[in-house]
Design a protein around this ligand. Sequence first.
Ligand code: C2E
Ligand code: CA
Ligand code: CA
Ligand code: CA
Length: 279
Amino acid sequence: AKEKGRNHYEFFTEEMAVVAESRAELESELRLALEKGQFQLFYQPKRVMDSGRITGMEALLRWQHPTKGLISPDRFIPVAEETGLILPIGEWVLQTACAQTKSWQSMGMEHLRVAINVSARQLQEPNILDRVSRILQETGLAPDRLELEITESLLMRDVNHSIKVLHGFKSLGISIAVDDFGTGYSSLSYLKRLPIDVLKIDQSFVRDISSDPEDRAIIQAIISLAHALNLVAVAEGVETEEQEAFLLREDCQVMQGYLLGRPVPAEQFEALIAARAAG
Ligand code: C2E
Ligand code: CA
Ligand code: CA
Ligand code: CA
């Protein structure tokens, strides 16, 4: 048994070494990616139901790796979080998305509002408000054209801190969306105290609209809650007309998903908007 135990131990250290090595590798590759400009933002349209207009987009991070190709954020954001690299990366995202939106506005798309994902580390950053406000000043983007998406579970991790930071964003004129809503065990009394504008219904509920009555009930409850609290309800991950029809019937105000458009590079997003404006 003793020997077995030792083997067991060795097995684990080996495993851990492999993990650590690839993490360290990933970390140095992420640093390099930042220096060499390998990050790219894709933009996914959001449509307001009553007008059918595209009123905004979510900026989604991609990594153009020189040999591995396009890498999705789920694969590197966790390590970026752990290592703190998410701070310079997040800064780049804010800067790039705000500058891009400002440039689209000067081309006549004044109504567009950009939504940007904010991570845990960024929210904890003591001077986050100064950083965001400086980026708005530098890019010339009006604060009411910026929406920050923060996951429900992150907001609930340290509610008092969240309330403080969110009030800061609000006083700058920035909108706040609660991302992945319905998955993070919000206490409803906290929800009332958080200065938020949007509830984004998590896509896991949207996915099974046609087959799962419980998911439908949860969506209905979230939309009612949003209306009662005077918040905008946004559905993400809308892929089918059936899902859209249900959400429309339930008075969900904004839709986002592959049905309307996948996340695409800036040039393609621009073409999409132009085509819709013309047609
Ligand atoms: P999220 O914020 O919940 O973003 C929505 C995800 O769903 C995106 O995945 C988007 O491409 C995908 N999606 C949109 N419509 C559909 C649909 O109709 N069907 C399906 N199946 N999926 C859809 P993506 O781009 O891979 O991003 C994954 C996550 O990575 C995001 O989840 C967000 O948490 C994080 N992320 C992305 N960009 C950033 C960033 O700039 N900063 C930070 N901190 N996190 C980011
Ligand atoms: Ca999001
Ligand atoms: Ca989400
Ligand atoms: Ca998510």
